[in-house]
Write a protein that binds this ligand. Structure first.
Ligand SMILES: NC(=O)C1=CN([C@@H]2O[C@H](COP(=O)(O)OP(=O)(O)OC[C@H]3O[C@@H](n4cnc5c(N)ncnc54)[C@H](OP(=O)(O)O)[C@@H]3O)[C@@H](O)[C@H]2O)C=CC1
Ligand SMILES: O=C(O)C1=N[C@H](C(=O)O)C[C@H](O)C1
Length: 248
């Protein structure tokens, strides 16, 4: 039995993660903490794995505590850049048996979308990303959009692709979205949505659009369970759920 603690337990994702852990064979929910709760309760409850769906501004402190106390972590909270990931690697070096998984998106379809986009990247001159979410989302662009842009940029760099064409010389602020690793990312916030993303590729005479839709937060739960089961045997930092999946 894997003893699991959840941080952000009263939030949209945390609530569902608690329910999932409680009904999943081999997992036991031993702590459900939210804003204002003392992290010491994780140690008192004997948590072996913590699942964090909190907020970008608090997640690094949560992880520092977990790593210091040799508690593995499955992290869905957004806000990770290269500097934050390096900080985790440094902290984990002092706790070599501990595993941390940071995944921008736990939905299998979103993982595939990112993989497909990385595969397509070297074949197209143009690429832009549109992420669409519920209006209660606090961050923009989404972690998934950032990660997708990073993967596409890495694939383009490896293929020695030229610059993305764009003749814009005048624009209102924001009209061309944010730029992540040289790729334009546009964010929409709309009541009725949960989590959606389109990656649009273009070249002479054709376009390719890869779209993923999460219509229910249940779509993230299978990936979270895989993360919990695998992180206990995977010391160090893992970035992306794809490393815990058999994608062929
Ligand atoms: N990787 C993935 O697949 C997914 C990632 N996410 C990400 O997960 C994060 C949470 O999303 P969501 O559930 O929608 O957000 P919510 O705002 O619904 O939930 C966050 C919860 O964390 C609580 N919280 C804030 N600070 C702390 C703290 N220090 N310790 C414990 N709990 C705390 C909040 O309390 P309060 O409201 O009082 O501040 C709130 O209850 C976001 O970064 C989001 O982008 C979301 C969906 C999928
Ligand atoms: O806040 C959300 O809802 C989501 N956050 C993650 C992100 O920022 O990519 C994952 C998914 O898009 C839902």
């Amino acid at each position: 039995m894997v003893k699991v603690g959840v941080l952000g337990a009263k939030g949209k994702m945390g609530t569902q993660v608690c329910q999932t852990v409680e009904k999943t064979e081999g997992l036991e929910l031993v702590a459900a903490l939210d804003q204002g709760d003392d992290l010491e309760r994780l140690v008192e409850a004997g948590a072996q794995v913590v699942v964090d769906f909190t907020r970008p501004e608090v997640v690094m402190d949560n992880l520092a505590y977990c790593i210091e106390h040799r508690i593995h972590a499955v992290v869905g909270t957004t806000g990770f850049d290269a500097e934050r990931l390096d900080t985790l690697r440094t902290q984990l070096a002092a706790s070599p048996s501990t595993g941390v998984l940071v995944a921008a998106n736990f939905s299998i379809g979103a993982v595939l979308m990112m993989q497909f986009a990385a595969t397509a990247a070297k074949y197209y001159e143009s690429v832009e990303i549109i992420e669409l979410h519920h209006p209660n989302k606090v961050d923009a662009p989404s972690g998934t959009a950032r990660r997708t842009a990073e993967l596409i940029a890495a694939a383009r760099q490896e293929a020695e692709a030229g610059p993305i064409p764009d003749a814009t010389t005048t624009a209102l602020d924001g009209a061309r979205g944010a730029v992540v690793e040289g790729i334009h990312v546009h964010g929409l916030r709309l009541r009725g949505l949960i989590a959606h993303q389109e990656v649009l590729f273009g070249d002479v005479g054709e376009t390719l659009t890869i779209r993923h839709d999460s219509m229910d937060r249940e779509s993230f739960m299978a990936g979270v369970v895989v993360g919990i089961r695998r992180v206990v045997d995977t010391p160090g930092l893992t970035v992306g759920l794809e490393h815990f999946l058999d994608l062929g």
